[in-house]
Design a protein around this ligand. Sequence first.
Ligand SMILES: NC(=O)c1ccc[n+]([C@@H]2O[C@H](COP(=O)([O-])OP(=O)(O)OC[C@H]3O[C@@H](n4cnc5c(N)ncnc54)[C@H](OP(=O)(O)O)[C@@H]3O)[C@@H](O)[C@H]2O)c1
Length: 324
Amino acid sequence: MRAIGIKKAGPAEEMKLVDIPCPTPQSNEIVIEQSFAGVNYGDTIRRKRGLFELNEHGYFVPGFEGVGRVVAVGNNVERFKIGDRVSYLNESNGGYSQQICLKELLAYAIPDSIPDKTAAAMTCVGSTALCLTELANIKEGNWVIVHGASGGVGQTLVQLCLYKNAKVIAIVGTQEKSKFLERYRPTSVIVRNEADIKTQINDLTHGKGVSAIFDCVGNEVIDLNIDCIHKKGTILYYGSTSGHVNFPGMQILMKSLRIQGFNIFNVLEDSNAWNITTGKLISLVNDKRLKFHIDRELKMADAPKAHKLLEERRSIGKILLNIK
Ligand SMILES: NC(=O)c1ccc[n+]([C@@H]2O[C@H](COP(=O)([O-])OP(=O)(O)OC[C@H]3O[C@@H](n4cnc5c(N)ncnc54)[C@H](OP(=O)(O)O)[C@@H]3O)[C@@H](O)[C@H]2O)c1
Protein backbone atom coordinates (compact mmCIF):
# COMPACT_ATOMS: atom_id res chain seq x y z
CA MET A 1 0.00 0.00 0.00
CA ARG A 2 1.01 3.64 -0.40
CA ALA A 3 2.00 5.67 2.66
CA ILE A 4 4.07 8.68 3.62
CA GLY A 5 7.32 7.54 5.19
CA ILE A 6 10.02 9.40 7.12
CA LYS A 7 13.43 7.95 7.87
CA LYS A 8 14.89 10.75 10.01
CA ALA A 9 13.92 14.02 11.70
CA GLY A 10 14.13 17.07 9.47
CA PRO A 11 12.25 19.47 7.18
CA ALA A 12 8.97 18.63 5.48
CA GLU A 13 10.84 17.25 2.44
CA GLU A 14 11.93 14.26 4.58
CA MET A 15 8.42 12.91 3.96
CA LYS A 16 8.28 10.65 0.86
CA LEU A 17 5.57 8.56 -0.76
CA VAL A 18 6.59 4.91 -0.15
CA ASP A 19 5.21 1.40 -0.69
CA ILE A 20 4.85 -0.81 2.39
CA PRO A 21 2.93 -4.05 3.07
CA CYS A 22 -0.72 -3.82 4.23
CA PRO A 23 -1.07 -4.37 8.00
CA THR A 24 -2.52 -7.54 9.59
CA PRO A 25 -4.63 -7.01 12.75
CA GLN A 26 -3.58 -8.64 16.02
CA SER A 27 -5.93 -9.34 18.93
CA ASN A 28 -8.29 -6.38 19.68
CA GLU A 29 -7.13 -4.55 16.56
CA ILE A 30 -8.91 -3.40 13.39
CA VAL A 31 -7.59 -2.34 9.97
CA ILE A 32 -9.19 0.71 8.35
CA GLU A 33 -9.06 1.47 4.60
CA GLN A 34 -8.94 5.26 4.67
CA SER A 35 -10.55 7.90 2.49
CA PHE A 36 -9.14 10.99 4.24
CA ALA A 37 -6.52 11.65 6.91
CA GLY A 38 -6.32 14.82 9.01
CA VAL A 39 -3.10 16.85 9.23
CA ASN A 40 -2.34 18.36 12.63
CA TYR A 41 0.21 20.85 13.93
CA GLY A 42 1.42 18.08 16.24
CA ASP A 43 2.49 16.07 13.13
CA THR A 44 4.94 18.83 12.21
CA ILE A 45 6.43 18.86 15.73
CA ARG A 46 6.99 15.08 15.73
CA ARG A 47 8.58 15.17 12.27
CA LYS A 48 10.85 18.14 13.05
CA ARG A 49 11.95 17.02 16.51
CA GLY A 50 12.21 13.32 15.61
CA LEU A 51 9.67 12.29 18.26
CA PHE A 52 9.08 8.88 16.66
CA GLU A 53 10.37 5.36 16.19
CA LEU A 54 10.77 3.62 12.84
CA ASN A 55 8.43 0.70 12.09
CA GLU A 56 9.51 -2.79 10.97
CA HIS A 57 9.75 -1.51 7.39
CA GLY A 58 12.23 1.21 8.37
CA TYR A 59 9.83 4.18 8.22
CA PHE A 60 7.84 6.40 10.52
CA VAL A 61 4.36 7.03 9.06
CA PRO A 62 2.95 10.31 10.52
CA GLY A 63 -0.68 11.21 11.17
CA PHE A 64 -2.94 10.33 14.07
CA GLU A 65 -6.45 10.79 12.69
CA GLY A 66 -8.54 9.82 9.67
CA VAL A 67 -11.71 8.18 8.45
CA GLY A 68 -12.51 5.05 6.46
CA ARG A 69 -14.08 1.59 6.49
CA VAL A 70 -13.03 -1.41 8.54
CA VAL A 71 -11.51 -4.03 6.20
CA ALA A 72 -10.11 -6.55 8.72
CA VAL A 73 -10.68 -7.39 12.38
CA GLY A 74 -8.43 -9.30 14.79
CA ASN A 75 -9.47 -11.79 17.47
CA ASN A 76 -11.69 -10.53 20.29
CA VAL A 77 -12.81 -7.39 18.44
CA GLU A 78 -16.25 -6.62 19.88
CA ARG A 79 -17.31 -3.19 18.69
CA PHE A 80 -16.75 -3.29 14.92
CA LYS A 81 -17.25 -5.54 11.92
CA ILE A 82 -15.96 -5.40 8.36
CA GLY A 83 -17.62 -2.55 6.43
CA ASP A 84 -18.21 -0.24 9.42
CA ARG A 85 -17.37 3.42 8.87
CA VAL A 86 -15.11 4.79 11.59
CA SER A 87 -12.80 7.62 12.66
CA TYR A 88 -9.99 7.33 15.20
CA LEU A 89 -7.23 9.05 17.14
CA ASN A 90 -4.01 7.07 17.36
CA GLU A 91 -1.00 8.36 19.28
CA SER A 92 1.22 5.76 17.59
CA ASN A 93 0.56 7.53 14.27
CA GLY A 94 0.32 5.75 10.89
CA GLY A 95 -2.46 8.00 9.50
CA TYR A 96 -0.83 9.15 6.25
CA SER A 97 -1.44 5.77 4.59
CA GLN A 98 -4.02 3.80 2.64
CA GLN A 99 -4.62 1.45 5.58
CA ILE A 100 -4.05 1.84 9.29
CA CYS A 101 -4.09 -0.84 12.01
CA LEU A 102 -5.02 0.17 15.55
CA LYS A 103 -6.69 -0.93 18.80
CA GLU A 104 -10.46 -0.95 18.35
CA LEU A 105 -10.86 1.23 21.47
CA LEU A 106 -9.23 4.16 19.65
CA ALA A 107 -11.88 4.12 16.90
CA TYR A 108 -15.50 5.27 17.01
CA ALA A 109 -18.41 4.76 14.62
CA ILE A 110 -19.38 7.62 12.29
CA PRO A 111 -23.09 7.99 11.47
CA ASP A 112 -24.18 8.44 7.82
CA SER A 113 -25.23 12.03 8.64
CA ILE A 114 -21.57 13.09 8.95
CA PRO A 115 -19.63 13.23 5.65
CA ASP A 116 -16.14 11.78 5.33
CA LYS A 117 -14.33 15.12 5.21
CA THR A 118 -15.96 16.36 8.41
CA ALA A 119 -15.27 13.04 10.11
CA ALA A 120 -11.59 13.27 9.14
CA ALA A 121 -11.33 16.88 10.31
CA MET A 122 -13.15 16.76 13.63
CA THR A 123 -11.56 14.10 15.80
CA CYS A 124 -8.37 15.66 17.13
CA VAL A 125 -9.32 19.34 17.19
CA GLY A 126 -12.93 18.66 18.24
CA SER A 127 -12.16 16.33 21.13
CA THR A 128 -9.32 18.57 22.33
CA ALA A 129 -11.49 21.69 22.30
CA LEU A 130 -14.39 19.87 24.00
CA CYS A 131 -12.20 18.62 26.85
CA LEU A 132 -10.52 22.02 27.25
CA THR A 133 -13.82 23.92 27.53
CA GLU A 134 -15.04 21.45 30.13
CA LEU A 135 -11.82 21.83 32.15
CA ALA A 136 -12.15 25.62 31.98
CA ASN A 137 -15.54 25.44 33.69
CA ILE A 138 -16.80 28.50 31.83
CA LYS A 139 -19.90 30.26 33.10
CA GLU A 140 -22.26 32.51 31.16
CA GLY A 141 -20.78 36.00 30.77
CA ASN A 142 -17.18 34.98 31.60
CA TRP A 143 -14.48 36.62 29.49
CA VAL A 144 -12.07 34.20 27.80
CA ILE A 145 -9.09 34.54 25.45
CA VAL A 146 -8.49 32.05 22.64
CA HIS A 147 -4.98 32.23 21.17
CA GLY A 148 -4.40 30.86 17.65
CA ALA A 149 -8.15 31.33 17.18
CA SER A 150 -8.18 30.68 13.42
CA GLY A 151 -6.43 27.30 13.76
CA GLY A 152 -8.17 23.93 13.90
CA VAL A 153 -8.46 23.76 17.69
CA GLY A 154 -8.83 27.55 17.96
CA GLN A 155 -11.93 27.79 15.75
CA THR A 156 -13.57 24.95 17.66
CA LEU A 157 -12.81 26.61 21.01
CA VAL A 158 -14.33 29.89 19.80
CA GLN A 159 -17.56 28.11 18.80
CA LEU A 160 -17.79 26.10 22.05
CA CYS A 161 -17.11 29.10 24.31
CA LEU A 162 -19.72 31.19 22.48
CA TYR A 163 -22.14 28.29 22.82
CA LYS A 164 -21.60 28.54 26.59
CA ASN A 165 -22.42 32.27 26.34
CA ALA A 166 -18.91 33.35 27.26
CA LYS A 167 -17.45 36.61 25.94
CA VAL A 168 -14.72 35.53 23.58
CA ILE A 169 -11.59 37.49 22.68
CA ALA A 170 -10.12 35.70 19.65
CA ILE A 171 -6.44 36.41 18.93
CA VAL A 172 -5.08 35.83 15.42
CA GLY A 173 -1.95 36.61 13.42
CA THR A 174 -3.29 38.45 10.34
CA GLN A 175 -6.13 40.68 9.11
CA GLU A 176 -7.21 37.88 6.73
CA LYS A 177 -7.66 35.49 9.66
CA SER A 178 -9.48 38.20 11.61
CA LYS A 179 -11.95 38.69 8.75
CA PHE A 180 -12.48 34.95 8.47
CA LEU A 181 -13.26 34.61 12.19
CA GLU A 182 -16.06 37.16 12.06
CA ARG A 183 -18.35 34.38 10.77
CA TYR A 184 -18.48 32.96 14.32
CA ARG A 185 -19.30 36.38 15.82
CA PRO A 186 -16.80 36.38 18.68
CA THR A 187 -17.09 39.31 21.07
CA SER A 188 -13.82 40.72 19.74
CA VAL A 189 -11.03 39.68 17.37
CA ILE A 190 -7.56 41.08 17.98
CA VAL A 191 -4.70 40.82 15.50
CA ARG A 192 -1.51 39.99 17.38
CA ASN A 193 1.45 42.34 16.78
CA GLU A 194 -0.66 45.11 15.28
CA ALA A 195 -2.03 46.84 18.34
CA ASP A 196 -1.56 47.27 22.06
CA ILE A 197 -3.31 44.05 22.98
CA LYS A 198 -3.09 44.53 26.73
CA THR A 199 -4.86 47.89 26.55
CA GLN A 200 -7.53 46.48 24.24
CA ILE A 201 -8.23 43.56 26.58
CA ASN A 202 -8.20 45.85 29.59
CA ASP A 203 -10.73 48.17 27.91
CA LEU A 204 -12.96 45.30 26.81
CA THR A 205 -13.08 43.75 30.29
CA HIS A 206 -13.33 47.15 32.08
CA GLY A 207 -10.02 46.50 33.80
CA LYS A 208 -11.08 43.17 35.29
CA GLY A 209 -9.20 40.82 32.96
CA VAL A 210 -10.39 37.42 31.75
CA SER A 211 -11.39 34.25 33.62
CA ALA A 212 -9.77 31.74 31.28
CA ILE A 213 -7.11 31.67 28.58
CA PHE A 214 -6.72 28.87 26.04
CA ASP A 215 -3.04 28.88 25.19
CA CYS A 216 -1.47 26.89 22.34
CA VAL A 217 1.32 29.41 21.74
CA GLY A 218 3.38 29.31 24.96
CA ASN A 219 6.49 31.41 25.29
CA GLU A 220 5.51 34.42 23.14
CA VAL A 221 2.29 35.06 25.07
CA ILE A 222 3.07 34.19 28.68
CA ASP A 223 3.58 37.85 29.75
CA LEU A 224 0.33 38.83 28.03
CA ASN A 225 -1.49 35.94 29.70
CA ILE A 226 -0.25 36.81 33.17
CA ASP A 227 -1.17 40.48 32.71
CA CYS A 228 -4.66 39.85 31.27
CA ILE A 229 -5.97 37.12 33.56
CA HIS A 230 -7.81 38.06 36.72
CA LYS A 231 -7.14 36.58 40.15
CA LYS A 232 -8.07 32.89 40.48
CA GLY A 233 -8.31 32.58 36.69
CA THR A 234 -7.32 29.50 34.69
CA ILE A 235 -4.72 29.20 31.94
CA LEU A 236 -5.31 26.08 29.85
CA TYR A 237 -1.89 25.23 28.47
CA TYR A 238 -2.19 22.78 25.60
CA GLY A 239 0.43 23.74 22.99
CA SER A 240 3.67 25.58 22.46
CA THR A 241 3.87 26.77 18.84
CA SER A 242 6.39 29.44 19.96
CA GLY A 243 8.24 27.22 22.44
CA HIS A 244 7.55 26.13 26.03
CA VAL A 245 7.12 28.56 28.90
CA ASN A 246 9.43 28.89 31.90
CA PHE A 247 7.31 28.43 35.02
CA PRO A 248 6.22 31.94 36.17
CA GLY A 249 5.94 30.88 39.83
CA MET A 250 5.78 34.34 41.42
CA GLN A 251 2.86 35.56 39.26
CA ILE A 252 0.95 32.29 39.60
CA LEU A 253 1.23 32.55 43.35
CA MET A 254 0.35 36.24 43.60
CA LYS A 255 -2.84 35.90 41.49
CA SER A 256 -3.84 32.44 42.83
CA LEU A 257 -3.89 31.20 39.23
CA ARG A 258 -4.72 27.71 38.06
CA ILE A 259 -2.45 26.43 35.28
CA GLN A 260 -4.11 23.41 33.68
CA GLY A 261 -2.02 21.33 31.29
CA PHE A 262 -3.83 19.13 28.78
CA ASN A 263 -2.92 16.33 26.39
CA ILE A 264 -5.73 14.62 24.43
CA PHE A 265 -3.79 11.35 24.31
CA ASN A 266 -4.20 11.06 28.09
CA VAL A 267 -7.98 10.97 27.52
CA LEU A 268 -7.56 7.96 25.20
CA GLU A 269 -6.11 5.98 28.12
CA ASP A 270 -9.62 5.87 29.62
CA SER A 271 -11.93 4.22 27.07
CA ASN A 272 -15.03 5.41 28.92
CA ALA A 273 -13.89 9.05 28.80
CA TRP A 274 -13.03 8.65 25.10
CA ASN A 275 -16.50 7.20 24.33
CA ILE A 276 -18.20 10.06 26.14
CA THR A 277 -16.08 12.68 24.35
CA THR A 278 -16.64 11.25 20.85
CA GLY A 279 -20.37 10.83 21.61
CA LYS A 280 -20.63 14.54 22.51
CA LEU A 281 -18.66 15.49 19.42
CA ILE A 282 -21.01 13.56 17.15
CA SER A 283 -24.12 15.13 18.68
CA LEU A 284 -22.71 18.66 18.42
CA VAL A 285 -21.89 18.09 14.74
CA ASN A 286 -25.26 16.45 14.05
CA ASP A 287 -27.03 19.38 15.73
CA LYS A 288 -24.99 21.77 13.53
CA ARG A 289 -23.62 23.49 16.63
CA LEU A 290 -20.02 22.79 15.62
CA LYS A 291 -18.50 23.35 12.18
CA PHE A 292 -15.06 22.30 11.03
CA HIS A 293 -13.71 24.56 8.34
CA ILE A 294 -11.54 22.73 5.83
CA ASP A 295 -8.79 24.98 4.53
CA ARG A 296 -7.95 22.59 1.70
CA GLU A 297 -7.70 19.00 0.61
CA LEU A 298 -4.39 17.73 -0.78
CA LYS A 299 -3.17 14.47 -2.30
CA MET A 300 -1.27 12.17 0.05
CA ALA A 301 1.93 12.86 -1.90
CA ASP A 302 1.52 16.56 -1.02
CA ALA A 303 2.01 15.92 2.71
CA PRO A 304 5.21 18.09 2.68
CA LYS A 305 3.16 21.01 1.31
CA ALA A 306 0.56 20.49 4.07
CA HIS A 307 3.25 20.64 6.78
CA LYS A 308 4.77 23.79 5.29
CA LEU A 309 1.38 25.52 5.23
CA LEU A 310 0.92 24.80 8.95
CA GLU A 311 4.47 25.78 9.89
CA GLU A 312 4.28 29.01 7.91
CA ARG A 313 0.88 29.81 9.47
CA ARG A 314 -0.79 30.03 6.06
CA SER A 315 -3.77 27.74 6.75
CA ILE A 316 -7.13 28.63 8.28
CA GLY A 317 -8.72 25.54 9.83
CA LYS A 318 -8.02 21.93 8.83
CA ILE A 319 -5.92 20.47 6.05
CA LEU A 320 -6.92 16.99 4.85
CA LEU A 321 -5.03 14.42 2.80
CA ASN A 322 -7.18 12.66 0.22
CA ILE A 323 -6.06 9.04 0.43
CA LYS A 324 -8.38 7.54 -2.22
N1 LIG B 1 -2.48 19.17 23.94
C1 LIG B 1 -3.27 18.57 23.06
O1 LIG B 1 -3.91 17.56 23.34
C2 LIG B 1 -3.38 19.15 21.68
C3 LIG B 1 -4.27 18.60 20.73
C4 LIG B 1 -4.37 19.20 19.47
C5 LIG B 1 -3.58 20.30 19.18
N2 LIG B 1 -2.71 20.77 20.12
C6 LIG B 1 -1.88 21.95 19.86
O2 LIG B 1 -2.77 23.00 19.54
C7 LIG B 1 -2.16 23.90 18.67
C8 LIG B 1 -3.05 24.10 17.47
O3 LIG B 1 -3.13 22.91 16.71
P1 LIG B 1 -3.90 22.90 15.33
O4 LIG B 1 -3.78 21.52 14.77
O5 LIG B 1 -5.23 23.53 15.53
O6 LIG B 1 -2.94 23.83 14.47
P2 LIG B 1 -3.22 25.02 13.44
O7 LIG B 1 -4.52 24.82 12.76
O8 LIG B 1 -1.97 25.15 12.64
O9 LIG B 1 -3.33 26.26 14.41
C9 LIG B 1 -2.20 26.78 15.05
C10 LIG B 1 -2.43 28.23 15.30
O10 LIG B 1 -1.39 28.69 16.15
C11 LIG B 1 -1.15 30.03 15.84
N3 LIG B 1 0.24 30.41 16.15
C12 LIG B 1 0.57 31.33 17.04
N4 LIG B 1 1.89 31.42 17.15
C13 LIG B 1 2.42 30.54 16.30
C14 LIG B 1 3.74 30.21 15.97
N5 LIG B 1 4.80 30.81 16.57
N6 LIG B 1 3.93 29.26 15.04
C15 LIG B 1 2.89 28.66 14.43
N7 LIG B 1 1.58 28.94 14.73
C16 LIG B 1 1.36 29.90 15.65
C17 LIG B 1 -1.48 30.21 14.37
O11 LIG B 1 -2.31 31.33 14.30
P3 LIG B 1 -1.82 32.77 13.90
O12 LIG B 1 -0.89 32.64 12.74
O13 LIG B 1 -3.10 33.43 13.55
O14 LIG B 1 -1.19 33.35 15.12
C18 LIG B 1 -2.35 29.02 14.01
O15 LIG B 1 -3.66 29.41 13.67
C19 LIG B 1 -0.78 23.31 18.36
O16 LIG B 1 0.13 23.90 19.27
C20 LIG B 1 -0.95 21.85 18.67
O17 LIG B 1 0.27 21.23 19.00
C21 LIG B 1 -2.60 20.22 21.34
